[in-house]
Design a protein around this ligand. Structure first.
Ligand code: AMP
Length: 418
């Protein structure tokens, strides 16, 4: 299937060529004709599927007929990085059109955003907080919006933006086209979608099943050996495109620092950094100044860096959804990628859930040549953290076969000796 079949304006075809796309991805094949017909969409798709162009190409086509410099398309997204990314894609795809796009998000000064609004734009890519702020001060007029896109709606709800979104929705015309995208559809999201969509066409790409082009592996390891293991693994991989996820901002910063000391060109990407620092880290990774980016889930949401060869989950994600989103950073747009996940004994439940969603067991791997015995698991980590209570299975809590009795799982908590 070719892009030509959509009868796009030649200027949009030129933008597609500039972006380097040859064939539409499955979500583009499904969504583009629907958007062009001005129908609402309920899209179940994760990032990495070509979702941005799936809605932006037809929007550009619809707006380019008469660019008015009034906001006629509003794209609402959860993070600044995603807003910036969609804006950049719009610039590339719309390069030969007269359509103008701008971003609205917090953490940076309002001046330039107000200036682009004053000059007039056709498309706004916005995060809810700053958008609402500008709406409340009457600095932005959404009364001409014809197409509203809610992208990564499930993440916006996770991040607590639902009330803001409801307020924003009151300020856009009821008569409009709405494109609603989410990777998952919990009840809260489904009812939001049902309340704002009008007779939508459902477009569905790999809802839960993570990108097929990614191979997965688990690396059982103790907490204390994780840094040593990731260092050894990175040496063996010798890759210049690795994204590592940690559970907290502090761990992202500290691991990035340790890897830098080991000689890896590394940067962190976490929420405590200023917008400029975050952009610097992302640009540095994109342009090859850094080979490794250590990020938290929120900071990395929606980032689009092509050719990520490996995603390493230094810490197990908290939800299956987070796992899918993390590994969605690799194996994008038909390339292949690898997802390595470090796991400690407590991660058993989450592994079970992830394997259920994947529909397959994930291989347990041991890194050849790595000394797993230098410091063994919990005992050593407890010795190094003397204030932590130690937990044991008591023999009396087990039946004759050694299995835990129904009433007794973790039974004894031994306070450390000071
Ligand atoms: P997205 O899901 O919009 O974040 O897109 C994921 C990646 O796929 C981005 O790097 C896009 O530039 C790329 N992409 C989108 N559409 C196509 C296409 N038709 N052919 C090749 N790459 C594409």
């Amino acid at each position: 299937m070719l892009f030509e079949q959509f009868s796009f304006d030649p200027r949009i075809i030129a933008g597609i060529k500039t972006a380097g796309y040859t064939n539409p991805t499955p979500i583009q094949q499904q969504a583009i004709p629907v958007v062009l017909k001005k129908r609402d969409i309920l899209g179940l798709a994760q990032t990495g599927t070509g979702k941005t162009a799936a809605f932006m190409l037809p929007i550009l086509q619809l707006l380019n007929i008469h660019p008015t410099r009034q906001i006629r398309a509003l794209i609402i997204v959860p993070t600044r990085e995603l807003a910036e990314q969609i804006h950049q894609t719009t610039i590339v795809l719309g390069k030969n059109t007269h359509v103008r796009s701008a971003t609205i998000y917090g953490g940076v000064s309002k001046g330039p955003q107000l200036e682009s609004l004053r000059r007039g734009v056709d498309i706004i890519v916005a995060c809810p907080g700053r958008l609402l702020d500008l709406l409340n001060s009457n600095a932005i007029d959404l009364s001409h919006v014809e197409v509203l896109v809610l992208d990564e709606a499930d993440h916006m709800c996770d991040m607590g933006f639902l009330p803001d979104i409801r307020r924003i929705l009151k300020r856009v015309p009821v008569q409009r086209q709405t494109l609603f995208f989410a990777a998952t559809m919990p009840d809260e999201i489904r009812s939001l979608a049902e309340s704002i969509l009008h007779n939508p066409v459902t477009v569905q790409i790999g809802v839960i099943a993570p990108t097929k082009t990614v191979s997965h592996a688990l690396y059982p390891v103790s907490q204390l050996l994780k840094t040593a293991l990731v260092t050894a693994l990175l040496r063996q991989l010798n890759s210049d495109r690795v994204l590592i996820f940690t559970r907290t901002k502090h761990r992202a910063r500290s691991l990035a620092h340790k890897l830098e000391l080991e000689g890896f060109r590394t940067s962190a990407l976490q929420g405590n950094m200023s917008q400029n620092q975050r952009q610097g880290a992302l640009d540095g990774f994109r342009k090859g100044k850094y080979d490794i980016l250590v990020a938290t889930d929120i900071a990395a949401r929606g980032i689009d860096v092509s050719d990520i060869t490996h995603v390493i989950n230094f810490d197990m994600p908290d939800t299956v959804d987070a796992y899918i989103h993390r590994i969605g950073r690799t194996g994008r747009a038909q390339a292949t990628g690898k997802a390595f996940t470090f796991c400690v004994p407590e991660d058993g439940g989450m592994i079970h859930d992830i394997e259920k969603v994947l529909g397959a067991r994930i291989e347990r791997e041991h890194l050849p040549g790595f000394n797993y015995t230098t410091r063994t698991s919990e005992s050593q980590s407890q010795q190094n953290r003397p204030n932590q209570p130690r937990q044991f299975y008591s023999n009396s809590g087990r039946d004759r076969s050694g299995n835990p009795k129904a009433h007794a799982t973790k039974v004894k908590t031994i306070q450390p000796v000071r």
